[in-house]
Design a protein around this ligand. Structure first.
Ligand code: UDP
Ligand code: MG
Length: 313
C-alpha cells in the first residue's frame, strides 16, 4: 500500500473544485494499491471555496482542509499543506487542473524505480500567453546565471516528493519561502517527466504581471547575493575611468590651458551616476527589507482550523 498525499492550495477556486475532485477520483480510485488523502489549503478565499471544500465527499479518499486565517500566498499555502500531509509520497497540485492528475501514476512509477523527486516539466506552454512565456524564460535564464542552485526551466510546483524530501523541506527555517528554489536546494535523486500544460478549468489566474514581477524578485534575492555584490565591480570600473579621465583633464590643462566646455557632459554624468546609485540603494533596500522580515521570525502562515474527515480507505 502506498500512502499518497495531494497538497492543493486553494484561493477562490469554488468553480474548479468539484471538477478537480472528479478528475483525481477518475485517475486514483481504480488504483487500489494507493491510499490517497487530499490536503486542501484554503488560502483565505473570499468566495465560498471553504463551504465547497467542507461539503466535498470523495470516498475512499481522506479529505483534510487546512483553513488559513487569511490569504498568505501560494508559497505559504504550500508550506502549510506539506506540514499537514502525512503520505509517504506527496504531490503539490493546483486546483485548476493545469497540473493534470493523469500524470500521477507515471510519477509513482518513477518513484518506485528509486527516484525521490519526480518533476513534471511543461514541454508545451501554448496555454500561456506569449508575454508570460517570454518573461518566464527570461527569469529562468537570469536566475540560473546568478543564483545557485539552478532551478529547472518550465517546472512548477507540480512534482512528486518522497517523505524524506518533505521532511527536508519542513526543516528549512526561513519564513520567506520561494518554493521552487527550496525544492531545488534540497536536492535528492530526481527524475523528470514531460507534459503539455492545459488551460485553466475554471476561474482565472491569481498571478498578474505585477505579482509575477515581485515573485521573480523574491526568487532571485532568495538565492543570490550577486545583485548586492555587482555594485563593487561597477563602482571599481567607474572609479577607474574617472581617475583616468581626471589625469587626462590635468594633462590637457597643462598643454592647452583652461577653457569651460562640457556642461552637457557634466550634467549627463551626474544624472547617470545618480541613477545608478539609486538603483544600488534600491537593491540594498530590497535585501535589507527581506532581512528585516526574516528577523521578525513570524510564522509563515496562521491556521484558523483543520478539518479532517478521516474517511476510511
Ligand atoms: N493560489 C493560492 N494562493 C494565492 C494564489 C494562488 O493558494 O494567493 C493557488 C490557486 O488557487 C491555484 C494555484 O495556487 O490552485 C495556482 O494559481 P493560479 O492557477 O492562479 O496560477 P497560474 O497557474 O496562473 O500560474
Ligand atoms: Mg493555474
Amino acid at each position: 500500500m502506498i500512502e499518497l498525499s495531494l497538497v492543493v492550495p486553494v484561493y477562490n477556486e469554488a468553480d474548479a473544485l468539484a471538477l478537480f475532485v472528479q478528475r483525481v477520483g477518475a485517475v486514483l480510485r481504480p488504483l487500489t494499491e494507493i491510499s490517497t488523502e487530499l490536503v486542501f489549503v484554503n488560502d483565505g478565499s473570499t468566495d465560498n471555496s471553504l463551504d465547497v471544500l467542507l461539503a466535498l465527499k470523495a470516498p475512499p479518499f481522506r479529505i483534510k482542509v487546512v483553513d488559513l486565517s487569511r490569504n498568505f500566498g501560494k508559497e505559504a499555502a504550500l508550506t502549510a499543506g506539506l506540514q499537514n500531509a502525512g503520505g509517504q509520497v506527496v504531490v503539490p497540485i493546483d486546483a485548476d487542473l493545469q497540473d493534470p492528475p493523469e500524470l500521477i501514476p507515471a510519477m509513482i512509477a518513477k518513484w518506485r524505480e528509486g527516484y525521490e523527486v519526480v518533476l513534471a516539466r511543461r514541454v508545451d506552454r501554448a496555454a500561456d500567453s506569449w508575454a508570460k512565456r517570454a518573461s518566464a524564460s527570461a527569469f529562468y535564464r537570469l536566475h540560473n546565471k546568478i543564483a545557485s542552485p539552478q532551478i529547472p526551466e518550465n517546472v512548477g510546483d507540480f512534482r512528486l516528493m518522497d517523505r524524506r524530501v518533505v521532511e527536508a523541506l519542513k526543516s528549512l527555517p526561513e519564513s520567506q519561502r520561494f518554493m521552487k528554489g527550496l525544492f531545488a536546494w534540497v536536492g535528492f535523486r530526481t527524475a523528470t517527466i514531460d507534459y503539455a500544460r492545459p488551460e485553466r478549468s475554471a476561474g482565472s489566474t491569481k498571478f498578474n504581471g505585477w505579482r509575477l514581477w515581485n515573485f521573480a524578485i523574491e526568487g532571485v534575492t532568495s538565492f543570490s547575493s550577486y545583485p548586492l555584490r555587482v555594485w563593487t565591480y561597477l563602482g571599481a570600473v567607474v572609479s577607474l575611468f574617472s581617475f583616468l579621465f581626471a589625469i587626462g583633464v590635468v594633462i590637457r590643462v597643462f598643454l592647452f590651458g583652461i577653457d569651460v566646455p562640457g556642461y552637457a557632459s557634466l550634467f549627463v554624468a551626474i544624472n547617470f551616476l545618480g541613477g545608478v546609485q539609486l538603483i544600488g540603494i534600491g537593491i540594498l533596500g530590497e535585501y535589507l527589507g527581506r532581512n528585516y522580515f526574516e528577523s521578525k521570525r513570524r510564522p509563515v502562515y496562521l491556521v484558523r482550523h483543520i478539518y479532517d474527515d478521516q474517511a476510511k480507505q
